[in-house]
Design a protein around this ligand. Sequence first.
Ligand SMILES: CC(C)(COP(=O)(O)OP(=O)(O)OC[C@H]1O[C@@H](n2cnc3c(N)ncnc32)[C@H](O)[C@@H]1OP(=O)(O)O)[C@@H](O)C(=O)NCCC(=O)NCCS
Length: 173
Amino acid sequence: MTKRTMLRPWRLSDAESLYEYASDPRIGPVAGWQPHSSIGESRQIIREIFMQDGVFAVTLRDAGDDRAIGCIGLIRGTKSNLPIGDDEGEISYWIGVPFWGQGLIPEAMAAVIRYGFDELGLSTLWCGYFDGNEKSRRVQEKCGFQYHHTNPATYFPLTDDVRVEHVSILRRH
Ligand SMILES: CC(C)(COP(=O)(O)OP(=O)(O)OC[C@H]1O[C@@H](n2cnc3c(N)ncnc32)[C@H](O)[C@@H]1OP(=O)(O)O)[C@@H](O)C(=O)NCCC(=O)NCCS
């Protein structure tokens, strides 16, 4: 729980709201995945990817309707996309376009960072963003992450293109 958001596990019944936001081409491609093409695909992604430890639906406390409007995940060790140790985690996130620019993801990130360090006892948190994704770079900067390294241009099958990824780091103090 944060001032304005509530983070909770994903449910299959979130498929409709997930589709509403994740079908927008301004969300997935910059994050490395294709826009969702049907509610059925959104349901499958909830089942296969989102229903795991550390992946949360972002909801708005004030809305009072518990709708999922974004996603934030903390994935540990070998399950992460990055080559990291078991006591490290990677955070990834997105939020529906109508909710951009209110600082909601940085607010949710702060809670996930506390969860990672204080509850899971992780030593290090990592975040990546693709070259040109200034919004995501700013989120990481605002949350205290520091630039660590840049991966060489790599082919990404999900988006069928070659991308340069920048990786940033936050160590437990
Ligand atoms: C990146 C993202 C999660 C930011 O979430 P957010 O809750 O809007 O975060 P903020 O409100 O702190 O905004 C972050 C930056 O985005 C930019 N921004 C915000 N609203 C914007 C808008 N409507 N249009 C263009 N840029 C905008 C600003 O540069 C802002 O930085 P600032 O605080 O220095 O002005 C969101 O833009 C998103 O979901 N993007 C698509 C998916 C994605 O990139 N995920 C990350 C993959 S690594």
